[in-house]
Design a protein around this ligand. Structure first.
Ligand code: GLA
Length: 409
């Protein structure tokens, strides 16, 4: 009898230890159900770098609504580096009182009042890339502070992380965010060094796959100790990663440079390709004063619908020939998005015979077989219907530009 009681007692003890272990493991898992389609919003870095203050951010929130971007789906207003002031004597972080005199809570309230969401930036190391206080050693306090301000999105960078291992460091901030109790999207900004696509899906909602984008279509900017990359260079670095992306967990090829000075054809190609590869669409321009052309690119709802398609499959390069690439993205309901991308400085002729080109996507298993079914063709930039797939598709693609189509049954 005594032995049975002892045995039962041991069983209960080990069961509770086991379930506690499970609970602790749960703590390192992100909030599920966020970012089921790639996040859309705006971030201060590409245009304003460290020149951020509350007036700018409020004006950007106003412009998000008045420009039609909110209506097109852009929701997050994200402040990047350099918003920080000092930590107080207890270690809590505060916003720079000169730049944000009303405080972050008031700013978050303003943004929420417009039906938008609020994002902020920190770093896993001792200091941010811009030399402001990092979160290392203060993760739980920082997460608590962000939650109390009403933060909805955290971009978490990787500068000054001596001795840290990325997966562990990002799991610490995930645990801190869970403990703080507010669902916050976690944007892992580790530049792809430690293959975040392999461990990121349970830890965060998106992860940078590369170093920083540079505002050019096809160039590399050498800063000495580091490089930043043009739109085409970043695109090429996405090779082999598409199987890691899906609803709630996205490859992040960095924020948009649309409206920051490239000609409109290049902006159009950039926005189309980011949509095809199911990238987060985080605008990085001054949306308070955009040209009509820039607004038209950023608010093209049919292109955005390709990006936001609920199937959440990242598109792929089907073929490449003399700088002319054909990209495909399977969509919900058996539809497909197609882009012909001309990387050359001269126009190129496309001649694509749908019926002679059966396509099977090995990742999603979707098939496009125009010999079996006929698809209607819609051009997303001219916004015109272009017949169907019974006829071969022949057209000219301008230099550094795209033709973007949706094929539907
Ligand atoms: C890193 C990031 C950028 C930006 C800056 C801020 O370079 O990759 O996106 O956040 O830091 O200092």
């Amino acid at each position: 009898m005594q032995r049975t009681v002892l045995l039962l007692f041991c069983l209960i003890l080990s069961f509770s230890a086991f379930s506690q272990g499970n609970n602790y493991a749960q703590n390192y898992k992100k909030y599920e159900g966020l970012a089921l389609t790639p996040p859309m919003g705006w971030n201060s870095w590409n245009k304003f770098a460290c020149n951020v203050d509350e007036n700018l951010i409020k004006q950007v929130a106003d412009a998000m609504v008045s420009s039609g971007m909110k209506e097109a789906g852009f929701i997050y207003i994200n402040i990047d580096d350099c918003w920080h002031g000092d930590r107080d004597s207890l270690g809590f972080i505060h916003a720079d009182p000169k730049r944000f005199p009303s405080g972050m809570k008031a700013l978050a309230d303003y943004i929420h009042g417009k039906g938008l969401k609020f994002g902020i930036y920190s770093d896993a190391g001792s200091q941010t890339c811009g030399g402001r206080p990092g979160s290392r050693g203060y993760e739980f306090q920082d997460a608590q502070m962000y939650a109390s301000w009403g933060v909805d999105y955290l971009k978490y960078d990787w500068c000054n992380t001596e001795g840290l291992k990325a997966e562990g460091a990002y799991k610490t901030i995930t645990a801190a965010l869970r403990k703080a109790g507010r669902p916050i999207v976690l944007s892992i900004c580790e530049w792809g060094t430690d293959k975040p696509w392999e461990w990121g899906p349970s830890v965060g909602h998106l992860w940078r796959t590369t170093g920083d984008i540079y505002n050019c279509f096809d160039c590399i900017e050498d800063h000495g100790t580091w490089k930043s990359w043009g739109v085409m260079q970043i695109l090429d670095k996405q090779d082999g990663l598409r199987q890691y992306a899906g609803p709630g967990h996205w490859n992040d090829p960095d924020m948009l440079e649309v409206g920051n000075g490239m000609p409109v054809n290049e902006d159009r190609a950039h926005f189309s390709m980011w949509s095809m590869i199911a990238a987060p669409l985080i605008a990085g321009n001054d949306i308070r004063k955009m040209s009509k052309e820039t607004t038209a690119v950023l608010t093209n709802k049919e292109v955005i619908a390709v990006n936001q398609d609920k199937l959440g499959v990242q598109g792929f390069k089907f073929s490449a020939n003399n700088g002319l690439e054909t990209w495909l993205k399977p969509l919900d309901s058996g539809n497909w998005a197609v882009v012909f991308l001309n990387r050359n400085k001269e126009p190129q002729v496309v001649n694509f015979d749908w019926r002679k080109t059966p396509i099977k996507d090995e990742v999603s298993k979707a098939e496009l077989n125009a010999a079996q079914s006929t698809y209607k063709i819609r051009n997303l930039w001219t916004k015109k219907n272009m017949g169907n797939t019974k006829k071969a598709f022949k057209t000219t693609v301008a230099a550094h530009d795209v033709i973007m189509l949706v094929l539907s049954k």
